[in-house]
Design a protein around this ligand. Structure first.
Ligand code: NOJ
Length: 577
């Protein structure tokens, strides 16, 4: 405790925080050394947080609202549902709350529904109050064309200062839950070492504000914004040292908030962030790990880091619900051939199963993944398997869409024998177009998210698959789902931005799919719409919009879109009182 206090004092002065970027062997003028390999020339320059920003990221932008603001009253006119979008007209007033109800459907009483966001995508204030840079500050600022629009998260939705208003708006809509992520490099500016008390105080207040508004806070510990120092000191998720650094970080968070936060997610979508590796060359510490192996080395360390964090959380408070967030779409065989069925299974194994099978089933990789990964990964020991197995209470799935899967043209066996095959090592193929080669699986999202089509017809089947395959003890939750309204960024008129029919219909149809699955016995416990509002869509910048609220990035004003009402109305209509 005393140690924590001393560290915190240190942190109040962010410029006092320094970091050693490398230690052995150091070069000094006094002891010249000779070497034939340039790789052994390393330095131990000491860098403060400010140095890190200056050297690795450069100048950043700020916004005029740069202290925490109290929520302003939400105009009652903005809480009136929109006119009917799709359904037959009723003679009176607003249509959404009036449409016909299917009496055989219901969301259970304790079903939670809310919205989600993530630190780097919404917070802004990237350099405020001692935050250290993450790899995303470098990716957005320094790496040419990494973000198609050249946007950065410097200001984003200014949520770091406007979170009270954001939470008040969620409550005014009638939502129950707000899911957000902590910025690791705010709490530990170098990822390990000194702790930033100002960051802890900030998140104290985010959580307390949720509780004051009767909103259930849900915390994700890692949503892709790896502290830059950890990448540059040892290669981030490619090095097993991340496991103990993640433990230390998560212990700080669990210890501080386990009495106030019940629902925790350790890592968000490891399939996606492990596939960020290899990171663009020449901006981060080099690694000798072959490119194709890097995602799987990352995955190995994620499984150990996640499960370690799960046990830390449970040891502090056994009543917590702790899970990881998996992701992927439903996988439909393109044809009813045996090879397409096999391709579908391989697709599950190389996507969801990569993390879900070890965590929910066996403590180890799916059998189709093993022959590949055992060539370079150490096998999990029995002790590690026991540590990993059973470490997710909910099957928390970010499940947006569905696609068709099929064997590669050359066949699965030929692909497996050919390491240069473009589909190796997965050796399955996919498409969004039906086998007749004519119809898309469903209406497409924005061209900036080509992976996304509305495919809500398959929601019941998908939910059955999750429950029956991974059998989670606390049920299945859809922890992200949403639609990028096509070409929304081209709309300049506020009134037309706010009517988002494709997204509205997506939420309605998706939630009907969930209701069907629940009526058939699937235990679905909650949903989180992605996203609380438009935000930095990673490499697509702000050009692709997923928000159920629009944010004017010039003024930082927020507006509810029609989809927000469509979403909430489904619960008003179907939740048991
Ligand atoms: C998943 C990610 O968790 C989130 O960060 C992203 O913005 C959405 N999907 C939409 O692509």
């Amino acid at each position: 405790m005393l140690l924590l206090f001393l560290f915190s004092l240190l942190l109040a002065q962010s410029e006092l925080v320094t970091c050693q970027i490398a230690t052995v062997p150091s070069t000094t003028i006094n002891s010249p050394t000779q070497t034939s390999s340039s790789a052994s020339f390393v330095t131990n320059i000491e860098l403060s947080v400010d140095d890190l920003w200056d050297l690795y990221v450069g100048p950043i932008s700020t916004f005029s609202i740069n202290t925490t603001v109290e929520p302003t009253p939400i105009p009652s006119s903005s809480l009136i549902p929109p006119p009917s979008l799709f359904y037959p007209n009723f003679p009176t007033g607003q249509q959404v709350p009036l449409r016909t109800k299917n009496e055989s459907w219901k969301f259970p009483k304790d079903f939670w529904y809310g919205v989600a966001g993530a630190a780097y995508q919404i917070e802004g204030a990237v350099k405020a109050e001692g935050r250290g840079p993450s790899i995303w500050d470098v990716l957005t600022h320094r790496v040419t064309n990494y973000v198609s629009t050249n946007d950065t998260g410097d200001v984003a939705d200014n949520n770091y200062y406007q979170y009270k208003e954001d939470i008040a708006r969620i409550a005014a809509l009638g939502l129950k839950t707000y899911s957000f992520s902590l910025s690791w490099s705010r709490i530990l500016p170098f990822g390990s070492g000194a702790i930033n008390e100002l960051a802890l105080k900030h998140y104290d207040d985010v959580i307390d504000t949720c509780l004051a508004f009767n909103i259930i806070p849900m915390v994700t510990l890692y949503h892709w914004d790896l502290p830059l120092s950890l990448q540059n000191t040892y290669g981030g998720w490619l090095n097993e040292q991340i496991i103990s650094d993640f433990s230390t970080y998560t212990r700080i968070a669990f210890s501080r908030w386990h009495k106030k936060v019940h629902y925790w997610f350790t890592v968000n979508e490891p399939i996606v962030f492990c596939n960020f590796y290899p990171l663009p060359e020449s901006y981060f510490k080099k690694t000798s790990i072959p490119e194709q192996q890097q995602p799987y080395v990352c995955g190995h360390n994620v499984l150990l880091a996640h499960s370690g964090a799960y046990h830390i959380g449970k040891s502090l408070n056994s009543t917590l619900s702790i899970s990881f967030k998996n992701n992927g779409g439903y996988k439909i065989p393109l044809t009813n051939s045996t090879v397409d069925a096999e391709a579908v299974q391989r697709a599950w194994d190389f996507n969801e199963g990569w993390f879900a099978d070890p965590i929910f089933l066996t403590g180890d990789y799916p059998s189709s993944l093993k022959p590949y990964v055992e060539k370079f990964l150490p096998p999990f020991t029995e002790e590690q398997k026991a540590q990993i197995n059973g470490t997710s209470d909910i099957f928390a799935h970010d499940a947006y869409t569905a696609s068709f899967y099929m064997a590669p043209d050359s066949g699965i066996e030929a692909c497996l024998r050919n390491q240069t095959h473009e589909l190796w090592p997965g050796c399955f193929n996919s498409t969004n177009v039906y086998a007749n080669g004519y119809w898309n699986i469903g209406p497409a999202g924005d061209p900036g998210s080509p992976w996304l089509n509305q495919a809500t017809d398959w929601v019941p089947a998908f939910l059955h698959y999750m429950q029956e395959t991974w059998n989670p003890r606390e049920g299945v939750a859809i922890t992200e789902f949403g639609m990028s309204e096509p070409f929304e960024e081209l709309k300049t008129n506020l009134a037309s931005i706010l009517i988002d029919p494709i997204r509205s219909n997506y939420y309605k149809a998706y939630l009907e799919g969930i209701l069907i699955a629940i009526s058939e016995g699937v235990s679905v416990v909650g949903t989180l719409a992605w996203s609380i509002y438009d935000n930095l869509e990673w490499s697509q910048g702000f050009s692709v919009k997923f928000g159920i609220q629009y944010v004017n990035l010039t003024t930082q004003e927020r507006y509810f879109k029609a989809s927000a009402f469509e979403y909430v109305n489904m619960f008003k209509t179907y939740q048991e009182k």
